[in-house]
Write a protein that binds this ligand. Structure first.
Ligand code: SF4
Ligand code: SF4
Length: 424
């Protein structure tokens, strides 16, 4: 697309944003893949429409305020990227644009409070645990609160699991009498470690059973994705630098088990673009991979014992695993290793469930519709269990399954695999 953007006027990400705009040929192939275009039916709520709006703001012919309602409605799900024949790197445009827009936009007092609450609690496990407990008590007074705060309370689980912590090192189980097949460092995450700490325990157990040593860097922090995707560049940079320092270099990979965290760490070079840490961020992000990818790389895995149980697993593609990291086949292959398991295909697997970081707080109506549609499609596969690789999706699906009076459990791929390994 022709444009007159002056990259130098738009800070360290100016070049990336201008390049993303110029790569778009306006063909419209991305429209059918975009969940918000499907929901709202307007060009301005499609990838192509948003690219035009952001281009006009960057050129100076449109105000940020005019573009923001449609940019805010973008899930950041990146379903538009694999659908685009020209290879538009949409992620290089949307997050930097949001960071730039944040400098000038005006927010209401309530909106600022809501944003402060999510950004100062979610990335910090201790604070988030305390806030979640307080929030549960506040549910009794929900009727007195503004609608946007009620939405946040509705998303809190009825009970929090027992707090867990992880020691610094978990050696591989001795399967063969030989040394470990790999040594990895695991990101334990922030919200996930509070909402479902068993995901980390299961991940460590599976890795150990498959002959992998696991290091847990004790000084690690939030991956920064939640901050980056809502335009808080400064906070994202602080978290990125904390992790660059915390993760050791003598491991074969930096492993994540939450899709959003993996894609956030993949974007460290963009987050730290133009800073003294840019090169360090490139080396770091090249070593980041999802746990399912690591397991697919290390060769044949120990066989899963046959429990004699038949089960249908509906696998939900988390957007930040499937679209952002291109990881679709590896989790399915791992689940297919379980004797008696059938991994069911789900209609419209590419469509987001509506969780998308803090999207279900910021855009509750669209998020609700997407969550309802997604759970209906998953249930149509008649599953015994739903598997996915992202804590945000798990929460969204659990809430909507409850609304639909379904008791089908939602588990992380690693939890299902661990349970199968340890079944006998
Ligand atoms: S498919 Fe790609 S090139 Fe075509 S309109 Fe969408 S973003 Fe632009
Ligand atoms: S990131 Fe998702 S919601 Fe946003 S334009 Fe792309 S497909 Fe649509």
């Amino acid at each position: 697309m022709l444009h007159s953007i002056e990259p130098k006027e738009h800070g360290p990400h100016g070049q990336e944003m201008a390049k993303a705009v110029s790569t778009c040929v306006h063909c419209g192939f991305c429209l059918a893949a975009c969940p918000t275009y499907q929901q709202l039916g307007q060009e301005v709520d499609s990838p192509r429409g948003r690219i035009v709006l952001m281009k006009e703001v960057l050129e100076g012919s449109m105000t940020v305020e005019d573009a923001l309602p449609h940019v805010d409605a973008c899930l950041g799900c990146l379903a538009c990227e694999p659908a685009c024949p020209s290879g538009v790197p949409y992620r290089d445009l949307i997050s930097p644009f949001r960071a730039q827009a944040e400098q000038v936009r005006k927010r209401s007092l309530l909106n600022r409070f809501q944003r402060l609450l999510t950004q100062q609690t979610l990335p910090y496990p201790q604070r988030f645990r305390l806030a979640a407990k307080t929030g549960r008590l506040a549910k009794a007074f929900a009727g007195l609160l503004p609608a946007s705060l009620r939405v946040m309370l509705d998303l809190l689980p009825d009970r929090l699991p027992q707090q867990q912590s992880w020691k610094a090192f978990y050696p591989a189980k001795d399967q063969t009498g030989e040394s470990a097949r790999a040594k990895v460092a695991l990101l334990t995450g922030c919200a996930q470690s509070v909402l479902d700490p068993d995901i980390n325990t299961a991940t460590i157990q599976v890795l150990n059973l498959c002959g992998v040593d696991v290091v847990i860097p004790q000084q690690q922090g939030c991956c920064g994705a939640l901050s980056w995707h809502v335009g808080n560049l400064k906070q994202a940079q602080i978290f990125a630098r904390q992790n660059l320092d915390a993760f050791p270099s003598d491991v074969d990979a930096i492993v994540t088990n939450a899709a959003g965290c993996g894609s956030g760490m993949d974007e460290y070079p963009l987050i730290l673009k133009g800073t003294a840490d840019e090169e360090r961020a490139k080396t770091f992000s090249e070593r980041v991979c999802d746990v399912s990818v690591l397991l697919s790389r290390i060769g044949e895995l120990p066989p899963v014992p046959d429990s004699g149980r038949k089960q249908t697993i509906a696998y939900h593609d988390a957007c930040h695993l499937a679209n952002a990291q291109g990881v679709r086949s590896q989790p399915r292959s791992l689940l297919s290793m379980i004797p008696g398991a059938t991994v069911a295909e789900v209609a419209d697997a590419h469509l987001c469930c509506g969780s998308a970081g803090t999207y279900n707080v910021d855009q509750p109506e669209i998020a609700h519709q997407l969550g309802e549609d997604k759970t209906k499609k998953l249930l149509a596969a008649n599953p015994d269990v739903i598997a996915t690789g992202n804590i945000g999706c798990m929460n969204q699906l659990k809430n909507h399954l409850k609304n639909q009076s379904s008791n089908v459990p939602v588990l992380h791929t690693m939890q299902i695999l661990r349970d199968a390994y340890l079944a006998n």
